[in-house]
Write a protein that binds this ligand. Structure first.
Ligand SMILES: [Zn+2]
Length: 271
């Protein structure tokens, strides 16, 4: 498998790559807007990302978080072009020391390359337009979204992806994610640029739907817990049986992780 798609939206270029064409969770979109590239794609797709990177000059590489599909080529791009990746402070630390990834992720994305990233500048601009970085932990502890207020565009990293989450990684945290989504909903935007889903119109509305869904799932899970059900039973009742990926990942990525994290939500904070 290789390049799956390219598309253009106004002055935005997008390249979708992926080793397996099994839907949005196994492919990744590298975006280029004016003088900036946002995230890098996974290292096992470098062969295809490289010509995209080289096809036009750019002067900044912005990373949203350290995950291997987002930052896997950051070091390679730095070496190739001399453009040092810029990233949130926590991301800089993680990329410097390197990190281990589970086998299933390694199979899909390749290994996580190290990179020598620099912290974000005090003021970020793309093609002269101001960018607002929004710190949005929950999916990852270092994640940051990039908002272009002038356009109403949000580079959403992995904040959105889909309206309805069915599974969660063990290092993700729903209470933190809900806080982050609520924070982002406080800004004005209408287009989400998701590195997995692609361009999402009415993005703010879609993100609100995700927020509502997670809150409702949390309330339902907690109601079942009050009735005395255990985690596995609650999970099966609300989300059905675990699938192959859950088993293959040894429940590192599973439905029960999602429910367990929803049980920690304090719904009163949001109602
Ligand atoms: Zn991620």
């Amino acid at each position: 498998m290789s390049v799956l798609d390219t598309f253009r939206h106004k002055d935005l270029d997008a390249l979708r790559v992926g080793r397996f064409n099994l839907g949005i969770n196994t492919s990744f979109i590298v975006y280029r807007l004016q003088d900036a590239v946002i995230d890098t794609g996974p290292s096992n797709q470098w062969k295809y990302v490289r010509p995209f990177i080289q096809s036009r000059p750019f002067s900044q590489l912005l990373l949203t978080h350290h995950h291997e599909d987002h930052a896997g080529n950051a070091g390679a791009i730095h070496r190739l072009t001399g453009v040092q990746p810029r990233a949130p402070e926590k991301t800089v630390e993680i990329l410097k020391r390197g990190f281990r990834i589970p086998l299933v992720q390694k199979l899909i994305w390749g290994s996580a390359g190290r990179a020598d990233a620099a912290p974000l500048p005090a003021e970020i601009a793309i093609g002269g337009e101001l960018v607002t970085p929004i710190f949005t932990p929950g999916h990852a502890k270092d994640m940051t979204c990039y908002l272009l207020p002038g356009r109403g565009w949000l580079f959403s990293a992995d904040l959105y992806i889909a309206n309805y989450l069915k599974m969660l990684r063990s290092d993700e945290d729903i209470p933190t994610l809900l806080d982050s989504i609520r924070k982002v909903l406080g800004y004005d935007f209408d287009t989400i640029l998701c590195p997995h889903r692609g361009l999402v119109e009415n993005g703010r509305q879609r993100l609100r739907e995700k927020f509502d869904y997670l809150l409702e799932l949390s309330e339902n899970a907690q109601a079942l817990q009050r009735q005395g059900l255990e985690l596995r039973a609650i999970t099966e009742r609300l989300l059905g049986r675990e699938g192959m990926i859950s088993v293959l990942s040894r429940y590192n990525f599973s439905k029960r992780n999602l429910v367990a994290s929803c049980l920690k939500v304090k719904p009163d904070r949001y109602r």
